[in-house]
Design a binder for this molecule. Structure first.
Ligand code: FES
Length: 374
C-alpha cells in the first residue's frame, strides 16, 4: 500500500463555487469537480493528447476534454460506456476543518485503451519508385457547367507533360473533395493540433485525408495551381492551407519535419494583378512546411489592373504556346531538383533558433566570448 500524500486544496466554501477546475500541484494536474453536493478528483491530463481535463466541462457525470471531447467519469476516471478501460487516475479526497484535501498518491492507475491507429499515423518512409508529381488545383467552379480555368489549364499541361516523360503524376481538384474548414484546434493549444489532423481523426467523412496522403507520403514534386481572387489566393487554397497547419505544427511541437525532400512550385494566374502577393504567401507557407524550391519556382500570368476583359484573358492563355511550354518547363525544373534531393544525404538536425516557433528559450544570451566559442 502506498503512503498517503495529502495536500490542502483550500476552503471548501470557495472550491464549491466551480463545477470543474484544473488544479496544478507541483507536477501533478488534477481535474476537481463538484456536482450534486459531492467533490471528485481525477487526473487533469487526458489520455488522448494530454488535454487539460479540468479546463473542459462537465457532461453529466463525465468530464469532457476541451481539446477533442473525450470523456472520463468524474469519480472513477473511466472512459465513456464502451471505453471504460481507457481510464485516467482518480484521486481520493477528504474534508477536514472546512478544508478539502487531495491525496496526491493516485488511487488508480492510468490505462490507455486500444484505439485503432489512423492510416495516416505511420512512418514517413518514402515508397520506392520514380519521381511522383502531384498537381493541386485550388480553383472553384460548377463542374456541371465547367468553364475554362487558366491556372488549371496550365496545370493540366504540366501534369500531361510529367506523364509523357514517364513520371507518375496525378491531380487533386480541391473542389471535388468535401472537407471541413480548420476549426482552430491550434488556437486552443499547440498540442491540441494533432497529426493526423484532429478533424480527420474524428470525422471519417472528411476527405482532406486524400491531400494529406498525397502530399506527405506520395509526392516528390508538388505543383499548386492558384487563381488570384481580389489580390490573394482563392478561398479554397486558404481552406487547404489552414488544414495543413497540423503538418507544420509537427515541427513546432515535435521537431518532426513531415515534408522532406519535396519540391513545391506554383502556377498563378488572374484577370487582375497581384501575382507577387500570391507567390509571396505560397512560397512562405510551403517553405514553413519544409519544401524546397527549384530556380524560378512559379510561373504566372496576369493582364494587370486596367484590362478587366476576362474573355481576352482566357483566350490569351488558351492560345499562348509559351505559357504552356513554361508549365512543362516548371515540371522539368521540379523533376531535376527532386532527383537531386533524393540522391542526397539527409540534412543533419537543424538548430531551431530563428525558425518559426523555436521558442524564446532557444535564443540564449551569452555573457562572454568563451560562450561564443562553445
Ligand atoms: S480529447 Fe483530450 S486531448 Fe484529445
Amino acid at each position: 500500500m502506498t503512503d498517503a500524500n495529502w495536500h490542502d486544496l483550500g476552503p471548501i466554501e470557495s472550491l464549491r463555487t466551480r463545477e470543474l477546475q484544473q488544479i496544478e500541484i507541483g507536477r501533478t494536474r488534477v481535474a476537481l469537480s463538484y456536482s450534486d453536493g459531492r467533490f471528485a478528483a481525477i487526473s487533469g491530463v487526458c489520455n488522448h493528447a494530454g488535454g487539460p481535463l479540468g479546463d473542459g466541462a462537465l457532461d453529466g457525470e463525465y468530464v469532457r476534454c476541451p481539446w477533442h471531447h473525450y470523456k472520463f467519469h468524474r469519480v472513477t476516471g473511466e472512459g465513456e460506456p464502451g471505453y471504460e478501460d481507457d481510464r485516467v487516475p482518480r484521486y481520493d479526497l477528504k474534508e477536514e476543518g472546512g478544508r478539502l484535501y487531495v491525496n496526491l498518491t493516485a488511487a488508480s492507475s492510468r490505462h490507455k485503451g486500444k484505439h485503432d491507429k489512423h492510416p495516416l499515423d505511420r512512418s514517413l518512409d518514402r515508397d520506392p519508385g520514380g519521381i511522383r508529381v502531384l498537381g493541386i488545383s485550388t480553383t472553384m467552379m460548377d463542374d456541371k457547367f465547367p468553364r475554362y480555368s487558366t491556372s488549371e489549364a496550365l496545370l493540366d499541361t504540366a501534369i500531361a507533360h510529367a506523364r509523357s516523360q514517364g513520371m507518375d503524376a496525378r491531380t487533386i481538384r480541391l473542389r471535388d473533395l468535401s472537407f471541413r474548414h480548420c476549426e482552430g484546434y491550434y488556437s486552443k493549444a499547440a498540442h491540441a493540433c494533432t497529426w493526423p489532423c484532429s478533424i480527420t481523426q474524428m470525422d471519417p467523412s472528411d476527405q482532406l485525408d486524400r491531400v494529406y496522403e498525397a502530399l506527405v507520403f506520395w509526392a516528390d514534386v508538388i505543383i499548386v495551381a492558384m487563381p488570384i481572387r481580389w489580390g490573394v489566393a482563392s478561398s479554397l487554397y486558404f481552406k487547404m492551407a489552414e488544414r495543413l497547419n497540423c503538418v507544420q505544427n509537427q515541427i513546432t511541437i515535435r521537431n518532426r519535419i513531415m515534408l522532406r525532400n519535396k519540391v513545391a512550385s506554383f502556377i498563378i494566374t488572374g484577370g487582375q494583378d497581384n501575382v507577387q502577393a500570391v507567390a509571396g504567401q505560397a512560397l512562405q507557407f510551403f517553405s514553413e512546411l519544409g519544401c524546397q524550391f527549384p530556380q524560378f519556382p512559379y510561373i504566372a500570368h496576369s493582364r494587370g489592373w486596367s484590362a478587366e476583359d476576362m474573355e481576352n484573358n482566357v483566350r490569351y492563355v488558351q492560345n499562348s504556346p509559351e505559357l504552356h511550354e513554361a508549365a512543362r518547363e516548371l515540371v522539368a525544373r521540379g523533376f531535376e531538383l527532386a532527383k537531386r534531393l533524393l540522391a542526397t544525404q539527409e540534412l543533419a538536425e537543424m538548430v531551431r533558433a530563428g525558425r518559426k516557433a523555436a521558442g524564446l528559450h532557444v535564443v540564449k544570451l551569452v555573457s562572454n566570448a568563451d560562450d561564443h566559442e562553445r
